[in-house]
Design a protein around this ligand. Sequence first.
Ligand SMILES: Cc1cc2nc3c(=O)[nH]c(=O)nc-3n(C[C@H](O)[C@H](O)[C@H](O)COP(=O)(O)OP(=O)(O)OC[C@H]3O[C@@H](n4cnc5c(N)ncnc54)[C@H](O)[C@@H]3O)c2cc1C
Length: 265
Amino acid sequence: REFIFAGQINGTSGYEEAAAQGFIAGVNAAQKIMNEPPLILTRDNSYIGVLVDDLLTKDLIEPYRMYTSRAEYRLVLRSDNADIRLSKFGNDIGLITDEQYRRVVKREKEIDRLISKLKASSLNPDRGNNIILEKMGTKPIYTPLSIYKLLKRPEVNISGVIDFTGDKRNDYDRKILKQAEIKIKYEGYISRQLSEIKKLESLEKYYLSRDLNYFKIVGLTYEAQEKLTKIKPNTLGQASRIAGISPADISILMLNLKGKPEAGV
Ligand SMILES: Cc1cc2nc3c(=O)[nH]c(=O)nc-3n(C[C@H](O)[C@H](O)[C@H](O)COP(=O)(O)OP(=O)(O)OC[C@H]3O[C@@H](n4cnc5c(N)ncnc54)[C@H](O)[C@@H]3O)c2cc1C
């Protein structure tokens, strides 16, 4: 038997903060009763993941509120892609039907297909095209340019250039156009965050047993031993975010891991 706490009893303030924790607590109570694995959301896929991780790893000295600035991957955690990020989890725990999930996957594929099409279609630098560009308030072109690259110009929007691909604006759902546009315009920043997420994932693959006796691990500072014992992080990634845990402590933990990622300690 165990209690699962949610809301301000955990040190938060706010309606959404309480509701988010209540949701996770409720889902995981049900998962436990059904002997199913817990739903664990992470910093790189959701604000709920950031909230739970912060509550577990940070030294909180005042009521915790969920600000967007707390998420290091906020370019990826957008409201427009929430269903693409999270429907898989919803489907796994039975909150989203297979049909609903299929629709989300289909939309994701359509976005990728549209982006490929915009990359493959290019605009010739002829007079007619340059008049259209001028009307859009953007500079003329002197060499062929892909629609994809044209869209990176801040003053150009996807509705204005979709005709150049041979398709019509009405051929696409508004959400698909919007997401393709965001992905293209912010591609540089988004891919930088995605590569940081990949780096982080490597530490997240090292699982730490909840029964681990940190006081027996030679070389850890006393502060690290105390904090790790109190917080019992699930992964090396989570351990690395605990205030007071140094990179040296993480190296020592890694040395003590039996074998490779996922082997656990
Ligand atoms: C004046 C005020 C204004 C606020 N304004 C905002 C705002 O504008 N926006 C915002 O996001 N947040 C606001 N907050 C914060 C927000 O209300 C809380 O952080 C949030 O409601 C906490 O939800 P909770 O479920 O954790 O706790 P609560 O809503 O306090 O729920 C705890 C429940 O447990 C019950 N309970 C307590 N002891 C026992 C017991 N022994 N047995 C059984 N039941 C018990 C209580 O009766 C209560 O119903 C405000 C808070 C206050 C006080």
